[in-house]
Design a protein. Structure first.
Lengths: 169, 422
């Protein structure tokens, strides 16, 4: 059940990222046509575009943790023997996970503040907090993904290599 | 000093760059600035809240769709008509196809995949040594970020506050220079091999190949013509590029399906998000260093210790090339550039010139082992070992280093075109 939920979540993240960027592409194309041939435009498009970038970057950065796609310097770690390397990885991921959970708390506070103040987007018909909402959620998911990786590494340290299911998440 | 220590520790522990920067900045803000950590969230958000940055995902989208479609195949066939029959003709055709594909794609990874998937097996089939075939495409595919459009250039322009159009223009002359130098090397190196030349293409077939390639050949015109014809901004041009490539692949070449496109997009966009995410984290870092006056202090320190502009540039190039062996140097450049900006201006170094050097440096970095993104891509394509591929790229990387040094001392090579046209 948990495995299924995680898989649906993973798929949704990718889908949202690709969908919004593709939609934006089309809208920009339409806007250029409208501007060139009909002397009219979509005044809210620029603001919408910026929000799409925020959304897709955080979704992508979160997926990248799962796929281990974030660029990092592994030269030093690779020089270590297998066991100390795994221990270092566990420590690093644990610290990172804690940090991300704390950060997601502050991101949540930021969203609550915006709800309280009631700021609205300037050209789009929705409140500004909605555009911030992806931050606490995806930072929280990033943190959880770090902990899942810690769990897998600890299991591997104990001798039984992680099964297929854990790799899904 | 403490900040540098923490930064290095996190880096060595193998934290991803983005988080190294973010954690260091957060600790710095917590201990030095006396403001709430709330500012981290606000700066992360405002670092992304930028319309120009959107060009990065779009240029990567267009590149990754074209890489897996038929566009690259048509380009290669055209290049082979013109260069196939001279010594090393297929190598030269690969180099020039990379160069042309670079004007479609904003990323080197897409360029290596696009040309490598087709050309590496073909070169080996034509009896080029394996190491040479893989090395050529890997090294030459890195030109993807030098010839506009270029995702790293957009990233640099946003962090330095320079003009994307001018930065794009600065890549043309150096890009063509590099392609010519590489082709000359390929010619000389393969003259000794005495390989059989491919059969001559009949005139009729030539015309048909060129005719079929027209949509692919029109690409640069669509993108760059829009920007420099004053019709679109770089961001809009990048969106048009995506629409155009989807149209061509689905309706003209009829090779792509929506699910294929979705698959290549989801892969390309995640890699792209990691780059954009670094920019967001670097924004937090640069908020901290600016409120602490660090760039000014660094400027005072460097200008009092480094005698001349040339010495500074050499030092910078040397440090970045050396670090490039162990890490993705472009991420570091994005983080360091705001910090270095006052120093660059104090030495009277044009920021566009600096930007181009950074792009050349990250090109070199892609083929320097043990950490080279280009090498990793080719490992995935060919299932060969890292060092074997790296050996094949050595001559091309050396040529690139020489040209980088040349451009460092003769900025006009990069700046002539933007200064003339803008």
């Amino acid at each position: 059940m948990i495995g299924l939920t995680i898989r649906i979540l993973n798929k949704t993240e990718t889908l949202l990222m690709v969908f919004f960027l593709s939609l934006l592409c089309l809208l920009i194309f339409v806007e250029i046509i409208m501007r060139t041939f009909f002397q009219t435009g979509l005044p809210w498009l620029e603001e919408f575009g910026r929000y799409v970038l925020v959304l897709s970057t955080f979704l992508g950065a979160s997926i990248a943790i799962k796929r281990d796609d974030h660029p990092r310097m592994s030269a030093f770690l690779q020089a270590l023997p297998a066991k100390p390397r795994r221990v270092a990885m566990v420590v690093a991921e644990f610290v990172l996970g804690c940090f991300l959970l704390v950060l997601s708390y502050y991101a949540g506070i930021q969203v609550l503040n915006l709800i309280r103040i009631g700021t609205r987007a300037s050209t789009l018909p929705f409140p500004l907090w909605l555009t911030y909402a992806v931050l606490p959620v995806s930072i929280f998911v990033m943190g959880i993904r770090c902990f899942i990786s810690v769990r897998n590494n600890v299991r591997a340290l104990r001798g039984n290599s992680p099964g297929k299911k854990e790799n899904d998440s | 000093m403490i900040i540098v220590g923490v930064f290095t520790l996190f880096l060595l522990l193998g934290f991803p760059f983005a988080f190294v920067v973010l954690m260091t900045a957060t600790l710095g803000i917590l201990f030095y600035s006396g403001t709430s950590i709330q500012i981290v969230i606000q700066q992360l958000y405002s670092g992304l809240n930028n319309y120009i940055l959107l060009a990065i995902p779009f240029f990567i989208m267009s590149g990754s769709i074209a890489a897996r479609g038929d566009t690259s195949n048509h380009l290669i066939r055209v290049m082979r008509i013109f260069f196939g029959r001279i010594h090393g003709g297929s190598l030269i055709a690969s180099i020039l196809a990379c160069t042309f594909f670079a004007s479609i794609s904003g990323s080197s990874i897409a360029t290596i995949i696009a040309i490598g998937t087709i050309m590496i097996p073909k070169l080996i089939e034509e009896h080029y040594p394996e190491r040479m075939a893989i090395g050529t495409v890997t090294a030459c595919g890195t030109i993807g970020i030098l010839i506009p459009p270029s995702a790293p250039m957009v990233a640099l322009c946003v962090t330095l506050g320079t003009s994307v159009s001018a930065q794009f223009l600065s890549g043309f002359v150096p890009g063509i220079l590099v392609a010519i130098a590489w082709s000359l090397y390929a010619y000389i190196a393969s003259k000794r091999l005495k390989l059989e030349k491919p059969a001559k293409v009949p005139f009729r077939e030539m015309v048909s190949i060129i005719y079929k390639a027209i949509p692919a050949l029109l690409f640069p015109l669509v993108i760059l013509g829009g920007i420099y014809g004053g019709i679109t901004t770089p961001t809009e041009a990048s969106a048009i590029a995506v629409v155009y490539v989807v149209f061509v692949e689905i309706f003209v070449y009829k090779t792509a399906t929506l699910s294929k496109i979705y698959e290549s997009l989801s892969k390309g966009l995640v890699t792209c998000a990691t780059l954009v995410f670094i920019i967001a984290c670097a924004n937090v870092f640069s908020w901290l260093v600016n409120t602490q006056q660090l760039p000014v202090m660094l400027n005072a320190f460097i200008t009092s210790n480094v005698a001349s502009k040339e010495a500074f540039l050499i030092l910078l190039l040397f440090i970045f090339i050396a670090l490039g062996f162990f890490m993705d140097v472009f991420s570091l450049i994005i983080i360091m550039s705001p910090l270095l900006k006052p120093t660059l201006l104090a030495y009277d170094i044009d920021l566009i010139h600096y930007g181009l050097l950074c792009v050349l440096l990250s090109e070199i970095d892609m083929t320097t082992p043990p950490f080279g993104l280009g090498l990793f891509v080719s490992m995935g394509l060919t299932k060969k070992g890292l060092w074997e591929i790296a050996w094949g790229t050595v001559p091309y990387t050396l040529i690139l280093i020489v040209i980088t040094l040349l451009i460092a001392f003769v900025p006009q090579i990069a700046l002539w075109l933007p200064h003339t046209l803008m």
